[in-house]
Design a protein around this ligand. Sequence first.
Ligand code: 0WD
Length: 262
Amino acid sequence: MGLLDGKIALVTGVANRWSIATGIARELHRHGASIILTYQGERVQGEVEKLAAELGGHAYPCDVSSDASLAGLAARIEKDHGRLTTLVHSIAFVNKEDLEGKVYTTSRAGFALAADISAFSLIALTNALVDALADGSSIIALTYFGSTTIVPNYNVAGIVKAALEAIVRYLSFDLGERGIRVNAISAGPISTASSRQVRDFKKMLDKVAAAAPLRRNVTPEDVGHTAVYLASDLSLAVTSDIHFVDAGYHAMGMYPEPAPAG
Ligand code: 0WD
């Protein structure tokens, strides 16, 4: 018996095998869930279809910046599956120039784009799929510590993650009467196509591995394990929460001195 037997999970945000969503989809599947993946466009379609085939699942197009695309996804889900029990939002986008320099140089258009794709999309995706979600379902979003703290170079990405976390809380209230839980996983830094856009990302990885209580970085698989818990009936009373999977880094108030050379 798998922990997620009978669950039907829609996982967004797979771009390639390094994506956090890939680790989540693999772990949900390993514990018994049926997997439906979405891909943003033709650029990533092949990789996503490959993973879907490997997991015995399905892959459908969905660009969260398009209402027509979201409606198309909802229609496919209704026709092919009838219902969902798990929805994973693992999507973010910020213009590269807005991940450098000063926050006050962020353009109006750059801010709007980042907010639309990285935060509003959770509202849009939920609205599109709310009728497909069974009572007692679980919605899981991906966030980062730069939402509530200053992480140099994360800039507008952190600002819109703050909005995403607020959306998690408000959605949890809206959907709570149906027993639908809404939580976010705040992952530590992981090397992916998106995160490598952040200047000095490699240094961030090294700092976390040196300073975190567990003295290591985390992996998409680590995030997947927590997603299994949040998707399962073990977390039926857990909602509105930001759940850290960052080797404990968020709890540090001061960082240890680096070991002396030699
Ligand atoms: O250190 C990290 N990697 C962390 C990531 C630490 C903590 C949180 N996160 C978050 C990200 O902010 C994001 O919300 O995890 C989520 C997944 O990010 P990832 O796995 O690091 O990045 P990546 O593999 O690039 O997947 C993000 C995907 C896009 O990938 P590309 O590389 O093609 O931009 O988000 C998808 C797309 O597949 N995406 C969209 N999907 C649908 N519609 C859209 C869109 N308009 N835009 C981007």
